[in-house]
Ligand binder design. Structure first.
Ligand code: HEC
Ligand code: HEC
Length: 361
């Protein structure tokens, strides 16, 4: 009898414990300190050393400094996960151009995501394409809550609980007040401010951007050769560089590059969003499943390993026989292509304090 009692107590304890894990853990604000400048950082004007911006960014006046500041705090706040264990920034790290270094990231309960985390910059370019590897989210305000609600990433299946939880944190009232005129914490305001911060992550300070305005006179011979190889081999027909964004901006937005699709991820009917190559040297591992550890492995794929399949994009097909067109790069050509891809690295994006964690001094 005693044994049965003990056993049932143990079961009750396990059940209670399990239920607790599923409800939001209250944040402990006592050891949280925010380091924000007296005057907000400038988010409405894009930082550039090159003097001239792509037209697109010239009227980014839609971005409000106080709203983006609030968005920044939310982006770095672990309270946005059910058990205070991960923030957006856990999988989108500034020093990796807002991606992370693993093929699959660990969410709030240590479970792995099913896709590779993506670097974040110049999202405004992609309003007409959509976000995520399958471009399933087309509005930034909708997109920002997807990870919060995701059962692997941050775990809030009841989104009304998130505003309730955030309201208990003392530092938010003032931030909402500054951004929106009253201290009310609403889902819409969270969506808007996070969207503003994400849109403010503009990467326009790479050697490549500078090259666009200098006729590439700043490039080394190897970088020039790499740029030529990139254009001659049709890389640029998918990863558009003419616009200067090095993201998909032309008519081709989704493609299949002949990976042997061993996983069951269909993307968009066998196609994936063409990823932007801005800061590509910083966002390894590569592809939607993080299968390649280095740019050399990526080029090895385009050189020898493109597999035929019914979805293979025409740019990578051999016109004469309809099979895959493997590009057979020599080691020198690979080195030149990598030198070119390295020109996409933007130090400003990864070091600018306005994009860094406000919780760390
Ligand atoms: C546990 C890791 C993890 C967390 C936490 C996380 N993300 Fe992500 N993020 C990913 C992965 C993985 C993808 C790709 C998902 C897909 O394609 O289905 C992604 C994709 C994105 C993209 C799409 C970029 C593009 O180019 O299309 C954005 C933007 C983004 N995340 C923002 C956020 C924000 C904002 C938060 C916090 C609210 C967040 N992420 C939290 C892992 C994470
Ligand atoms: C037919 C369109 C197309 C062509 C041509 C193409 N790519 Fe891609 N590229 C893609 C797509 C789509 C992906 C993502 C595939 C996936 O994850 O399933 C990708 C991925 C990449 C990645 C990894 C990006 C990341 O964030 O993980 C790099 C680097 C890359 N391509 C470089 C090149 C180079 C260099 C060339 C020319 C030799 C090239 N691509 C040609 C469409 C293309």
């Amino acid at each position: 009898m005693k044994k049965i009692l003990l056993l049932s107590l143990a079961i009750i304890a396990v059940v209670i414990n399990y239920n607790c894990q599923k409800s939001a853990v209250s944040p402990d604000p006592s050891n949280v300190k925010l380091y924000l400048p007296d005057q907000p950082y400038e988010y409405s004007k894009v930082n550039t050393t090159i003097g001239k911006l792509n037209n697109y960014y010239e009227d980014m006046t839609v971005i409000d400094n106080d709203k983006a500041t609030l968005g920044r705090v939310l982006f770095y706040d672990k309270a946005l996960s059910l058990n205070n264990s991960v923030a957006c920034a856990s999988c989108h790290n500034q020093k990796n151009a807002f991606s992370d270094v693993v093929a699959f990231s660990k969410g709030f309960e240590e479970k792995s995501t099913v896709r590779n985390s993506m670097g974040i910059s110049n999202l405004i370019d992609e309003v007409s394409i959509g976000y995520f590897w399958d471009a399933r989210e087309t509005k930034i305000e909708t997109m920002v809550f997807a990870p919060i609600a995701n059962h692997i990433e941050m775990g809030f299946d009841r989104l009304d609980l998130i505003t309730e939880k955030i309201s208990k944190l003392p530092y938010y009232a003032e931030l909402f007040q500054k951004a929106y005129g009253t201290a009310d914490i609403t889902e819409d305001r969270m969506r808007n401010s996070m969207g503003q911060f994400l849109f403010s992550l503009v990467s326009q300070n790479s050697k490549f951007d500078e090259g666009l305005y200098k006729g590439f006179s700043n490039f080394t011979p190897a970088e020039i050769r790499g740029k030529q190889l990139f254009t001659e081999n049709n890389c640029g027909s998918c990863h558009q560089i003419s616009s200067g964004f090095s993201s998909s901006y032309g008519s081709t937005k989704f493609a299949n590059i002949g990976l042997d699709l061993v996983d069951n991820d269909p993307g968009i009917n066998g196609l994936y969003k063409i990823p932007r190559l801005k800061n590509i040297a910083l966002t390894a591992p590569y592809m939607h499943d993080g299968r390649f550890k280095t740019l050399d492995e990526v080029l090895e794929h385009y050189s020898h390993d493109i597999e035929n399949n019914s979805k293979l994009s025409f740019q990578l097909k051999d016109n004469s026989n309809g099979g895959p067109k493997r590009l057979e790069f020599t080691p020198e050509q690979k080195a030149d292509l990598i030198a070119f891809l390295n020109t996409m690295t933007d130090k400003d994006l990864i070091t600018n304090p306005k994009y860094a964690s406000p919780f760390i001094k």
